[in-house]
Design a protein around this ligand. Structure first.
Ligand SMILES: Cc1cc2nc3c(=O)[nH]c(=O)nc-3n(C[C@H](O)[C@H](O)[C@H](O)COP(=O)(O)O)c2cc1C
Length: 373
């Protein structure tokens, strides 16, 4: 982590345009990671504050802006203020969002999501729907009910309809939120999936069926050229979690069904839950080597130098999360060799009040990150 790029503008590689899928041209290699802000309206509509915040990051030089997780079906609503794409009524707001991002030079991706056991009855009116009646690992979710096959089919259709709504709203692509313990992961993991039917985990085909069915349904709905990204968590905690090798098998099966980019969700890029099998074999790289589509790396990347190291690894795209809460002009500063001006830390509560984030996000930031990322 001590390599310095001594070229005249060492960051320039971050700003090369990249072509992905058949028709998708990303302005540069930087992506704003999906981050839920709780700033949506109670009915799931996106707020003006959220649109301003997202589009400002495009103006600040981040080529691709990902939305926060957006629920596809009312049964998947997991967070207060979560935005939805579960109804046509959401399209006008989402369209204003894509227009604002485009006007500022960015392209936009809608991350589509179902919370599974993380959904909350206060939003849905019923116990969470999940593959099986298993709470999350920490026991903090409500006790879900096991989904019927009809409910599974409804949710699969909802992903397809949601993707079409994203397309109609002007998003340049969608990301299936297969990571961070939500519904896709709950089907894939034998910790949360105890089913003995065709959506159970007894065979690879069954274990990957939910993800595969969604990819097939979404691809059929949006057509052959519309970009579809898949976000995945590369491993789960022992003793009963899945491994990176399991994820490689999942991707081997679903990428050919129509995935254009794989986004590996790690809290710290290059650091896994377990020691690397050998140097240079961290989870993102093992996945990168196993798939033949571009891969996004993420996790505690704060400076241009750190972002360049991700490219040095051969990973195609770099997603920035929390640092963009603190620094809306990250891209502009990196591109104009003003990296030293990039704010990578919050040291005082007062600083939080100066951030260009939706006001509802400020208590959240103060609570979790009072003095550092
Ligand atoms: C406040 C907050 C909200 C998040 N919301 C989402 C989300 O909606 N969807 C998602 O896939 N990941 C979400 N994440 C994870 C981020 O996308 C990212 O992977 C993580 O923050 C690590 O990157 P960073 O260190 O650059 O922040 C969230 C993270 C934070 C801090």
């Amino acid at each position: 982590m001590d390599r310095t790029d001594n070229r005249p503008n060492g960051s320039s590689r971050l700003f090369e345009p990249v072509s992905v899928a058949k028709t998708f041209r990303l302005p540069n290699r930087l992506i704003m990671a999906p981050m839920t802000t709780t700033a949506g309206h109670d009915n799931g509509e996106i707020s003006d504050e959220e649109i301003a915040y997202l589009s400002q990051r495009a103006a600040g030089g981040i080529g691709t802006i990902m939305s926060p997780a957006c629920y596809v079906h009312k049964s998947g609503h997991a967070f207060p203020g979560q935005i939805g794409v579960h109804s046509d009524d959401m399209i006008p707001g989402l369209t204003r969002c894509t227009e604002a991002i485009r006007k500022n030079g960015g392209v936009s991706i809608l991350q589509i999501h179902h919370g599974g056991n993380a959904a909350k009855s206060e939003f849905t009116g019923h116990a969470p729907w999940a593959p099986s009646a298993v709470q999350n690992r920490t026991g903090t979710s409500e006790m879900p009910t096991a989904m019927t096959v009809n409910q599974i089919q409804d949710v699969i259709s909802a992903f397809a309809t949601a993707a079409r709504r994203a397309q109609r709203s002007g998003f340049d692509g969608i990301e299936l939120h297969g990571a961070n313990t939500y519904l896709f992961q709950q089907f894939f993991s034998s910790f949360t999936n105890k089913r003995d039917d065709e959506y159970g985990t007894q065979t690879w085909e069954n274990r990957c069926r939910f993800a595969a069915d969604v990819v097939i349904a979404v691809r059929a709905e949006v057509g052959p050229d519309y970009p579809i990204l898949y976000r995945v968590s590369p491993e789960e905690p022992e003793p009963d979690g899945y491994t990176t090798e399991d994820v490689v098998e999942l991707l081997r099966r679903i990428v050919p069904l129509g995935i254009d980019v794989v986004h590996v969700s790690t809290w710290e890029y290059g650091t896994g839950l377990y020691p690397e099998p050998s140097p240079g074999q961290h989870t993102t790289l093992r996945i990168k080597r196993a798939v033949d589509v571009p891969v996004v790396g993420v996790g505690q990347i704060r400076t241009p130098e750190q972002a360049l190291r991700v490219l040095d690894d051969g990973v195609n795209l770099v997603a920035l999360g929390r640092v963009l809460l603190f620094e809306k002009d990250w891209g502009v500063k990196a591109q104009s060799d003003r990296a030293s001006e990039i704010r990578t830390q919050i040291t005082t509560v007062e600083e939080v009040d100066q951030l260009d984030v939706p006001p509802k996000m400020k208590p959240y930031i103060r609570r979790f990150f009072p003095d550092r990322i």
